[in-house]
Write a protein that binds this ligand. Structure first.
Ligand SMILES: *Cc1c(COP(=O)(O)O)cnc(C)c1O
Ligand code: SF4
Length: 363
């Protein structure tokens, strides 16, 4: 058994183990775990300093999960965009391929809260069918291997998926979405990195929400992946009580760059059943973006997106930097609020109102 498998075996898994470790009421934790999966790796539990810790909030079951019933089970309508089990095909040229139901720890705010950890919802049984679907769809040039967490599979099983994907001529790039470098960095072994390297061009998107999650072990795991030539991106979820401040986000983004991870997306929290206590206003996300752009390296500035309810896909939101735009000029403000004017070219006729701007914008 490898070190990471031992860590998984020694995770806090039962409601009793979780309640004991964090001095909670066993009955209450049991009630929550009947509805939503819970698991916490020793590595991540070891990073938690107190009940107020932003890391605690992400993984320890909270009674608030059962108190609120307004959110959706499938907020992004992924099930409607699923032509065969295990595939979510929403965009013209790329799709999600869900290969593993399990995660090393379960995030309390997970968008697939209804599915993760349940082998009847996401299953290795569907891998062959998913591969067949990709083979039959030549427009698919980018496959995002996801779950659950694909790195929960042992090396051989994961390699079987990657090599089958690589054998499909129209699959140009493969991406893996994983939270392992955060929850269980021991999973990233030199052997894993050497295996992944065979399937380039391969990208890995990781998931960190707070700078304290990037300890020496996580940095080492990310270093192994980067040394294997794998471009690393990070997806962060904007979460109340975890990272809903420009200051924390700036620290997180800068810290990611020091471990060779390029911030990719900040997500507005999806409207998932049982997660309302994590949601912030959308304005908070815009405030975070204002606090990044210009104030720190452009490399540290990801895109802020809302994954539109009902299956609209990711929609980028930006603070408004345009104050006026017409035939003659664009009036803009910079990151510090100073106003600048860019003169338009006279060469071509352009519409009186730019089609990309709402008609109500100040002209
Ligand atoms: C996020 C997502 C993708 C990938 O989107 P990118 O913007 O290309 O990273 C693809 N399919 C689905 C269903 C998604 O949710
Ligand atoms: S690691 Fe990802 S898929 Fe797994 S519980 Fe967290 S958010 Fe959900």
């Amino acid at each position: 058994m490898e070190e990471w498998q031992k860590q998984l075996r020694d995770s806090l898994r039962t409601p009793e183990e979780i309640a004991d470790r964090f001095h909670l009421n066993q009955d209450e934790v049991r009630k929550i775990c009947r509805v939503f999966q819970a698991r916490i790796t020793p590595h991540y539990a070891g990073l938690i300093k107190s009940k107020k810790d932003p890391l605690y909030r992400q993984v320890v079951p909270d009674a608030a999960e059962l108190k609120e019933n307004s959110g959706a089970n499938d907020p992004l309508s992924e099930d409607l965009d699923s032509p065969v089990p295990g595939i979510v095909h929403r965009y013209p040229d790329r799709l999600l391929f869900l290969v593993s139901p399990a995660c090393a720890s379960y995030c309390r705010f997970c968008t697939r809260k209804r599915k993760v950890g349940q082998p009847d919802k996401i299953s290795a049984r569907h891998i062959e069918g998913g591969l067949q679907y990709i083979r039959e769809h030549p427009e698919v040039r980018d496959v995002i291997v996801s779950g659950g967490d694909p790195l929960m599979m042992v090396d051989d099983k994961l390699e079987a998926v990657l090599s089958a994907l690589r054998a499909i001529p129209h699959v140009e790039i493969i991406r893996i979405g994983t939270r392992m470098p955060c929850f269980l960095p021991q999973r990233v072994t030199p052997k894993l990195a050497a295996m992944l390297k065979k399937y380039h061009p391969l990208y890995v998107n990781v998931h960190f929400n707070h700078p304290d999650e990037i300890d020496a072990e996580a940095a080492k795991a990310l270093g192994l992946l980067a040394d294997a030539g794998i471009p690393l991106g990070n997806q962060t979820v904007l979460l109340k009580g975890v990272n809903d401040s420009p200051e924390v986000m700036k620290r997180l983004m800068r810290r990611l760059l020091t471990v060779r991870v390029r911030p990719y997306y900040i997500y507005q929290a999806d409207y998932v059943r049982g997660t309302d206590h994590f949601r912030t206003t959308v304005e908070k996300g815009l405030e975070v973006m204002e606090g990044l752009r210009g104030w720190t390296s452009g490399l540290a500035v990801p895109a802020f997106v809302i994954d539109a309810p009902g299956g609209g896909g990711k929609i980028p939101l930006l603070p408004n930097y345009i104050q006026a735009i017409n035939e003659k000029e664009v009036v803009m403000r910079n990151y510090a609020g100073e106003v600048f004017v860019y003169p338009q070219t006279k060469a071509r006729k352009r519409p009186a109102v730019h089609p990309c701007l709402p008609v109500t914008s100040p002209m």
